[in-house]
Design a protein around this ligand. Structure first.
Ligand code: MIC
Ligand code: SF4
Length: 648
């Protein structure tokens, strides 16, 4: 029998229909996910979609977490929480109330299990790969179909081995590991791969560290990342009183990989990912002494107990020199920190202890000052994400963030620690409290639950089928690396997630071109179709499906780019937007914003498409989405196709 690596084993174990052999890389593969995850920012739209599917009860272990929209300034966020709680009760999910923690942190601690699989409506669902779980992010509609029991199609990835040797210096953390992995693999062009971590270095990385590393694989655009399930995994699950969930998962001797990246942990230095979009991953020494205005220590990437305890050791007996906030990943982590005395250390150091939530990671408070410089332990530093368009946010490890907060400037934590290089943290037992969730209700009780819709929760729009010919105008011409935060920003607009029309009107491309939504709506209302043209890496970042839905509401029917990110391309298909790439990428130069264009849709199946540009002839294009997506695109989107199939 062929020797299998961990990624292949987990894909096979979770493949739909008891598959016996995996397809070749690049070929389609159906996964039957065992677990699903919604958070509140993407969850309302996803839940509204699920409600249209006519299913009585979820078919997966389903977890819904309120963690993004936690400001509750006005009624909208609270209404969304109530809606999700009623949905959760009615359909048989676990519900994690606001303050209980960040979705990926609570999922890891209480639900993730080796050998199983999760699909979540958040791109960092990959976090659970640290537990030896197949863990992927997707748009909310796809997650809802998985929750309803439908298998999910992926492309069989190439498995890239990241072989870890050596051991980390105590002030060099898992965050530094992943920043250095990203430095090697790059942040673009990794669509068809997954990362599997191997080697003797695994022994020095606990499950929280492993989750940090898998979490940020998303920044490299990989499908998922995975660690084996071993003694570390067992120790973690034992500690959380979940020994029954343990199962070993290791690669067979002689397993092969498509390529190998070697990382010697002993060689790694504290690293900083410069603003914006992880522009460069530099050794911290290259920027040491540079002034900073604020420090944020939190997010699903780094707000685990071990990291925050290390921060506590660095802050012990010191005062921070700049505005510093810490947001623990979950209430369980906050309680563990309290039991070990670290909360007291944070307060005594002058730190602001924030809610156990996404918080400043997604611009929900703690925005830096104009032109300010913030160090953050989060995973993303897209333009405007902090809520301050002119501020720079650089990404670092919690140890670097804490040392820098104490010194008031960018600081290598190894310089500050002196003889305390061991940095031993206080170990107290983890807090296990399953009563912090609303557990799934029994079927009879669930049937009696009445759904609660606030006045601003708008039903999802009905999307019309694709016309035989698209003709209209290029509404925007964009460059490379357009992120989902450019397309559909979060921050102060996050509260609009349950009202897609309003979100489209107020926020779509607002940071790029404030006139976009009004111009696009006018073209739509004149009966014409909107086009967008762009460079490479279009749609990188979040899984938010509003980045597909809102442009569609504004009449965008086709996007032509040099390249797309995986989750976003699927979201476009789910809302009936045609994603196209250039036969010859240089042809982007031939198209200007405002150009009159048309595209015959009759030839979609042939893959041989021609964009007719008024005054400049034809430009050959390829369909970026799969042939199997065509019926959905033709129907106007996933729910339109579903409705037409039900009616037939
Ligand atoms: C993010 O980190 O960008 C988010 C906010 O968690 C998103 C989801 C969203 O937009 O709601 C993600 O990572 O998918
Ligand atoms: Fe929340 Fe930030 Fe993690 Fe996204 S990356 S889930 S906003 S903490």
């Amino acid at each position: 029998m062929t020797a299998l690596n961990v990624a292949q084993k987990i894909l096979l174990a979770n493949a739909a229909g008891g598959l016996k052999q995996l397809p070749e890389a690049g070929q389609p593969l159906e996964i039957q996910f065992t677990h699903t995850l919604y958070q509140d920012a993407t969850g309302t739209a996803a839940a509204l979609a699920f409600e249209k599917m006519g299913v009585d009860r979820v078919k997966t272990t389903s977890v819904i977490v309120v963690d993004h929209k936690t400001l509750q300034v006005g009624y909208i966020d609270s209404d969304d929480h109530h809606y999700l709680e009623s949905f959760s009760k009615k359909y048989g999910c676990y519900f994690s109330r606001c303050g209980n923690g960040i979705c990926h942190s609570v999922f890891l601690q209480d639900f993730a299990a080796p050998g199983k699989s999760v699909i979540g409506s958040d791109s960092h669902t990959t976090n659970a790969g640290g537990m030896g779980m197949l863990a992927m992010g997707a748009g909310g509609t796809d997650v809802s179909f998985a929750m309803a029991g439908t298998s999910y199609k992926i492309e069989m990835p190439q498995v890239v081995q990241v072989n870890l040797t050596g051991a980390l210096h105590p002030a060099v953390l898992a965050k530094d590991v992943i920043l250095n992995v990203l430095k090697v693999i790059g942040i673009k062009g990794n669509k068809g791969i997954c990362l599997e971590y191997t080697g003797p270095g695994l022994k020095s990385l606990n499950v929280s560290d492993r989750a940090t590393i898998c979490n940020m694989g998303t920044e490299g655009g990989v499908a998922f990342s995975i660690f084996p399930s071993d003694e570390m995994t067992k120790a973690y699950l034992d500690g959380r009183k979940r020994s029954q969930d343990y199962q070993p998962l290791v690669a067979d001797a002689g397993a092969v990989y498509s390529r190998t990246v070697e990382i010697n942990l002993s060689d790694l230095q504290p690293t900083i990912a410069m603003y914006p979009r992880l522009k460069s991953m530099d050794p911290i020494k290259a920027h040491a002494g540079a002034p900073i205005d604020a420090v944020f220590i939190g997010s699903c990437t780094n707000a685990n107990y071990e990291n925050l305890a290390r921060v506590g050791e660095i802050l012990r007996g010191k005062k921070v020199k700049v505005d510093t906030a810490i947001a623990p990943g979950s209430q369980a982590i906050a309680r563990q920190l309290a039991a070990a005395g670290y909360l007291e250390i944070f307060y005594a150091a002058g730190v602001r202890v924030m809610e156990n939530a996404c918080s400043a990671c997604i611009g929900q408070g703690f925005s830096p000052a104009s032109k300010g410089v913030m160090l953050s332990t989060a995973n993303r530093n897209f333009e405007g994400r902090s809520g301050t368009e002119t501020a720079s946010v650089h990404l670092v490890s919690p140890a670097t963030a804490a040392a820098s907060a104490v010194m008031g400037c960018i600081t290598d934590p190894r310089d500050m620690l002196g003889n305390n290089a061991e940095l031993a943290i206080k170990l107290v037992p983890p807090v296990v409290d399953m009563d912090s969730y609303v557990a799934p209700l029994p079927v009879a009780e669930a049937a009696k639950v009445t759904m609660v819709y606030g006045p601003d929760i708008a039903p999802l729009p009905t999307l019309d089928p694709l016309p035989a010919k698209l003709s209209g105008e290029v509404m925007l011409k964009l460059g490379n690396e357009i992120t989902t935060d450019h397309i559909q920003p979060a921050g102060k607009y996050l509260s609009l997630r349950s009202n897609a029309d309003e979100y489209a009107k107020q926020a779509t491309f607002v940071q790029v071109d404030k006139t976009f939504s009004a111009r696009a709506a006018a073209v739509r209302d004149a009966g014409k179709h909107g086009f967008i043209v762009a460079g490479d890496g279009y749609g990188m970042g979040s899984s938010r499906e509003h980045a597909g839905l809102c442009p569609r509401i504004l009449g965008i029917r086709a996007i032509v780019a040099k390249g797309f990110e995986r989750i976003h391309l699927a979201n476009l298909a789910n809302f009936g937007i045609v994603g196209l790439t250039f036969e010859n990428p240089a042809d982007l130069d031939r198209i200007q914003q405002g150009a009159e264009v048309s595209l015959d849709m009759g030839s979609l199946e042939s893959g041989n498409l021609k964009l007719v540009v008024k005054g400049d002839g034809e430009i050959p294009l390829k369909l970026a989405q799969g042939k199997e997506d065509i019926p959905m695109i033709r129907a106007g989107g996933a729910l339109s196709l579903f409705a037409s199939q039900q009616a037939a």
